[in-house]
Design a protein around this ligand. Structure first.
Ligand code: PGA
Length: 258
């Protein structure tokens, strides 16, 4: 079992003042009750990152910071984009790549996902590759083939150094922000499938997370019965209490099974 990882994806929520407040709250709780067996990551909007990393450093909060997206390009005439080196300079160590909202709403193709992932890992940052099927695919029973194709497109031919810098998040599109969580059986089947495909691409032992309406109530069952290595959390990561309750569930599951 891998050490659990719980990532809070704030999406386009919380301005920098609200972001600072949330990280300070997380810091206060963690100081009183550290989570020894889980890695916690917060993923704020770009404009919040500097403020968040300042709080993390000055108040020694035991979390690391990620970004929700990065440009496939390293620099140059790309108005509105943010590069991996810029994020690295701010203390970011994780970058979400190919979140379904980027794929669906911002035309992020499999090819751009693959290239972005390579840009991220080339700079030594960890890419959190997001995969997952839409409802119509699930209803026709083709989810395994669909996710296999996404994994091959993103991870095929990856060099050895980059392979160690990948985490995979399975996020069925129909479960994101809908309150509809995949069942623990569905999560377990897909997690096993993803591990098998990843191993065939020489990514043995990769961390596989689940995302899609994870909350404080369902986290423990998803972790133990779904056999995931942690979570990518959206809505429930916007409050310190629910985010840390999910972290606690992951922490306790791992502790009980070590
Ligand atoms: P949700 O989002 O937890 O609000 O469903 C998850 C995600 O999109 O990463």
């Amino acid at each position: 079992m891998n050490r659990p990882l719980v990532i809070g994806n704030w999406k386009m929520n919380l301005d920098y003042v609200e972001a600072v407040h949330l990280v300070q709250q997380i810091g206060v709780v963690l100081r009183n009750k550290p989570l020894e067996h889980v890695d916690l990551v917060v993923v704020p909007p770009f404009v919040d990152i500097r403020s968040v990393t300042s709080v993390v450093e000055s108040e020694r909060v035991s979390i690391t910071v990620g970004a929700q997206h990065a440009s496939v390009h390293e620099a140059g005439a790309h108005t509105g984009e943010v590069s991996v080196p810029m994020l690295q300079r701010l203390g970011v160590s994780w970058i979400l790549v190919g979140h379904s909202e980027r794929r669906a709403m911002y035309a992020m193709t499999d090819e751009v996902v693959a290239q972005t992932l390579r840009t991220v890992t080339r700079f030594g940052l960890t890419a959190v590759l997001c995969v997952g099927e839409e409802l119509s695919v699930r209803e026709s029973g083709d989810q395994d083939d669909f996710v296999t194709a996404q994994l091959h497109a993103a991870l095929g031919g990856l060099d050895e150094a980059s392979r160690g810098l990948v985490t995979i998040a399975y996020e069925p599109v129909w479960a994101i922000g809908t309150g509809l969580t995949a069942s623990t059986g569905q999560v377990r089947e897909m997690t096993e499938h993803i591990r098998t495909v990843a191993a065939s691409l020489s990514l043995d032992g990769v961390r596989v997370l689940y995302g899609g309406s994870v909350n404080a109530e369902n986290a423990a069952a998803l972790m133990s019965e779904g056999r995931v290595d942690g979570f990518l959390v959206g809505g429930a990561s916007l409050k310190a209490e629910s985010f840390l309750a999910i972290g606690q569930a992951a922490n306790d599951c791992y502790d009980g099974k070590r």
